[in-house]
Design a protein around this ligand. Sequence first.
Ligand SMILES: Nc1nc2c(ncn2[C@@H]2O[C@H](COP(=O)(O)OP(=O)(O)O)[C@@H](O)[C@H]2O)c(=O)[nH]1
Ligand SMILES: [Mg+2]
Ligand SMILES: [Zn+2]
Length: 360
Amino acid sequence: MQPKISHSLYDFGYSASFAASFLSLTAQRPDRALAVGRVTFQSQELYRLLTEVGELEACPSGRLRREFELPVVGDWVVFSPQDDGVVPIVGVLPRKTCLSRKVPGEATREQVVAANLDTVFVVMGLDGDYNLRRLERFVVMISASGAQPVVVLTKADLHADPLGARLDSQAAVPGTQVVAVSSLLGEGLEPLRAFLGPGATVALVGSSGAGKSTLLNRLCGSRWMRTSAVRASDDRGRHTTTHRQLVRLPEGGVLIDNPGVREIQLWADEKDLSGAFEDLETLARSCRFGDCSHRDEPDCEVRAALGDGRLDPARFENWLGLQKELRHLERRRDVAASRKEDRRLGRFYKRVQAEKKARR
Ligand SMILES: Nc1nc2c(ncn2[C@@H]2O[C@H](COP(=O)(O)OP(=O)(O)O)[C@@H](O)[C@H]2O)c(=O)[nH]1
Ligand SMILES: [Mg+2]
Ligand SMILES: [Zn+2]
């Protein structure tokens, strides 16, 4: 049995607007007793929920599986309480923010990796991991999610000039706060604490080995509530031991370690580039032509900035590359959407034909 939580769900991110959604959802199901919980862990069909009566194991109902994409870590879900055993999840409350990527490979589909994040720490090590172009990509991805990105450069103790690195990173993502820390020495962490606390949801993303788990442990110390590991079956029916992905802090607030975004396949719009490239967009607005390609047009402010060293050429190339990628994605999304609509209409006409035939 899990220890009872002495906090209210509001300390872990619940809010008046989630409560309103919950009420309108329960009003549609007056026949059932329903309760709300937050997904702390997901592995295939097995879920764990943080609820008012402690942590519960849960599983999406058949109807939810058919009608909605499956809930993810951070979601607030509606479940039907049981006396014992696994509780069925019957609904997902509308998300406040939603961190998504394109599914890996050729398919043009969105994959939601975490929901209802307020802040995302983009964790990057000041060692071999350090890469400004990847940083720009991450910030675009998080801007698209609706959450606030904060860049955390870890392993400052391994770098000869951490302040210089911080300034370089700051130039790559001008609108975003950049912090350099050493989780090893416990240095520079103070600015991060402003984002934690009752009601706040913070996720850590970054490549493997960047220092996410070490940072999480530093931020929580021994103060995060260790609870027993989750026993889950893998797809071959073996039992594997996994740990919850969302941890709660005793003073309220939650941290999510690595919601699976090591490789960044963007699922974003061109407008989401502003999060990382506001300065470039400002420059581009001063070009003589509104549709300037910044290659060889006259009176191009972007080229002028490249010429006098105000703009890093690698950053400029990454901006062009991301623009191209997002335009391509938009076209593919349009095609995918119209194919889906075609399939839907196809099914509709088939049904109409079948009904006609049955009536004859
Ligand atoms: N020197 C130093 N090493 C660190 C720091 N943070 C993490 N590490 C080391 O980097 C390695 C990967 O860290 P980990 O937190 O597991 O990375 P994750 O894969 O992002 O969770 C571990 O060996 C850590 O001890 C730091 O601030 N300084
Ligand atoms: Mg880790
Ligand atoms: Zn231009």
